[in-house]
Design a protein around this ligand. Structure first.
Ligand code: OFO
Length: 170
């Protein structure tokens, strides 16, 4: 049975994962309406993954005798300067999510909730992978510069998370 503190912080994460899904949908929509179908595809995919993360938390909370609360989500930013601006925002957001997951991990140790601690290990690894994949994209963006967005948009299709981490999936 989840204690109230752990249940509440897991519900906070339901909201944060849901917001991640919305944020990446907003970015997908921006990219799609700016002729960047490769970037849009990456963002749609990422949004689906985030919904998967939210579902993992919802199901875990309910399975452990808590009650998952489906939150209202704040409206994500709709306009962006350019693709680099978008991916810088993605990295900032993922770093925030990593810190958020780490806070839950720390609480589970304080509360001696080793089941939830174990459940969270998948997310700890996922965050390493997500941050790394966005940093690779930002490096590539710096290399291509602003003038070769056509090529970048085509290449990003191959820049999904590395195959070596393919087992770390929801
Ligand atoms: Fe982007 O990993 Fe969940 O939020």
């Amino acid at each position: 049975m989840l204690n109230k503190k752990v249940e509440d912080i897991c519900n906070r994460q339901v909201e944060r994962e849901g917001y991640s899904a919305s944020l990446y949908l907003a970015m997908a929509s921006w990219a799609e309406t700016n002729g960047l179908s490769g970037v849009a595809g990456w963002m749609y995919n990422q949004s689906d993954e985030e919904r998967g993360h939210m579902l993992k938390f919802i199901k875990y909370i309910n399975e452990r005798g808590g009650k998952a609360v489906i939150p209202a989500l704040k409206k994500p930013q709709a306009e962006y300067k350019n693709v680099e601006d978008i991916f810088k925002e993605v990295l900032k957001h993922e770093e925030f999510i990593t810190a958020s997951i780490n806070e839950i991990v720390a609480l589970t140790l304080d509360e001696k909730d080793f089941n939830t601690h174990n459940f969270l290990q998948w997310f700890v690894m996922e965050q390493v992978e997500e941050e790394a994949s966005v940093r690779i994209i930002l490096d590539k963006l710096r290399l291509v510069g602003k003038n070769n967005m056509y090529e970048f948009d085509r290449d990003i299709v191959g820049l999904r998370k590395s195959a070596s981490n393919a087992t770390n999936k929801p």
